[in-house]
Design a protein around this ligand. Structure first.
Ligand code: SAM
Length: 290
C-alpha cells in the first residue's frame, strides 16, 4: 500500500485500526447478485450448483451469493452471465440501493452511474417499474453501461452522457443515488493501488459539488443516498458535513445488514464498512433534503 494512504489511515483511525484496515486490503472471492428482471434466485442457485459452484448465502440479501471456489472468468463463461440473469458485484456495492429503497413509479436519478451495477440493481428491485435516469460523464463507460442495461433487461432507464453538475436545475427527482467518484481508498488490493494525494483532493472537491447539486435536484422531504468506496473522512463524513445546512442525515438501520463489518464513523447514522476478506471498504449515508 502507498505510504501516503497508510499515513492518512493512521491519522484517522490510529495505529491498531489502520493496521487492521490495511490487513483487509486483499483479493476477494466472487460475489454476485441475481437479476430478478430475468430469473428467480432458486433457478440461478440451482444452475450455479450444477456447474460446481459452492454457494455461501449473504444474510442481509437473499439475492446475493458468495462463491469461493470459482473465479470471475469462470462465471463470465456461463449462460447465466451471458443472458444477464446474474450481475457480478461486490457485496459492499449492493448496499446503497438497499438503503435508497427505490419504489415502483418513482423518478430516480443515478448521478454517477457507469458501469451500471447499482442502476441495474435499482431496476431489479423495482421490477423495472421505476423511471430511472442514469447519468455518466465518461462516454466509453456510458456505452458499457448501455450494454449492461440491455443485457440485464433494465428497460425503463434513460442514459444521459453528461456532467451531472450541469443537469438542468429545474429537474426534480423522488430519490437520488450519488455513488460518487472517489479515491478508491476502500478497494485497494495487493496487485494494484492507484491512490494519490492529488486524486484524493480532486475527489473531495468533486464530491462536494456533486452532493450540493444532488440536493438541489431532490424534492424537499425526499431522500438521497451518498456513497463512496473510500474509508477516508474527507470523502465521507466531511462531505456530509459540507451540506449540513441543506440536508439532515436519516439514520441507517444497520441491524438490517447483519454480518457487515463496520468502522467507527464520525457522523452517527452513517455506515462505514470495514475492508475485510469479503467486503470492500465503503461509506453510505442517507440524506433528506431540508
Ligand atoms: N455507480 C456505479 C456502479 O455501481 O456501477 C459506479 C460509479 S463510479 C464509483 C463513479 C462514476 O462517476 C464513474 O463512472 C465516473 O466516470 C463518473 N463520473 C465522474 N464525474 C462525473 C460527473 N461530474 N458527472 C457524472 N458522472 C461522473
Amino acid at each position: 500500500m502507498e505510504k501516503i494512504l497508510y499515513d492518512l489511515l493512521f491519522e484517522q483511525y490510529g495505529g491498531a485500526l489502520a493496521d487492521e484496515i490495511a490487513g483487509g486490503f486483499v483479493s476477494r472471492p466472487v460475489t454476485l447478485r441475481v437479476n430478478r428482471l430475468k430469473a428467480g434466485a432458486d433457478e440461478v442457485f440451482e444452475e450455479l450448483s450444477r456447474v460446481g459452484a459452492e454457494l455461501c448465502p449473504v444474510k442481509w440479501y437473499a439475492d446475493a451469493v458468495i462463491i469461493k471456489n470459482l473465479r470471475e472468468s469462470d462465471i463470465r463463461k456461463l449462460d447465466l452471465y451471458k443472458d444477464g440473469k446474474i450481475y457480478l458485484q461486490s457485496l459492499s456495492s449492493m448496499l446503497p440501493p438497499l438503503i435508497l429503497e427505490p419504489k415502483e413509479g418513482e423518478s430516480i436519478l443515478d448521478m454517477a452511474a457507469a458501469p451500471g451495477g447499482k442502476t441495474t440493481q435499482i431496476a431489479a428491485m423495482t421490477e423495472g417499474k421505476a423511471n430511472v435516469t442514469a447519468c455518466e460523464k465518461n462516454k466509453i463507460r456510458a456505452e458499457r453501461m448501455r450494454f449492461n442495461l440491455e443485457r440485464q433487461g433494465a428497460g425503463r432507464v434513460s442514459v444521459m452522457i453528461c456532467d451531472s453538475r450541469k443537469l438542468d436545475p429545474h429537474f426534480r427527482f423522488d430519490k437520488i443515488l450519488l455513488d460518487a467518484p472517489c479515491s478508491g481508498s476502500g478497494t485497494v488490493v495487493p496487485e494494484s493501488c492507484d491512490f494519490s494525494m492529488e486524486l484524493y483532493e480532486r475527489s473531495m472537491k468533486l464530491q462536494r459539488e456533486l452532493l450540493t447539486k444532488a440536493l438541489g435536484l431532490l424534492r424537499p422531504g425526499s431522500r438521497m443516498v451518498y456513497s463512496t468506496c473510500s474509508v477516508l473522512r474527507g470523502e465521507n463524513e466531511d462531505a456530509i458535513g459540507s451540506v449540513k445546512k441543506l440536508a439532515r442525515v436519516l439514520p441507517i438501520d444497520i441491524s438490517r445488514f447483519e454480518g457487515v463489518p463496520t468502522l467507527p464513523t464520525a457522523v452517527p447514522g452513517t455506515l462505514l464498512v470495514k475492508p475485510t476478506e469479503l467486503y470492500e471498504g465503503f461509506f453510505a449515508a442517507a440524506l433528506e433534503r431540508i
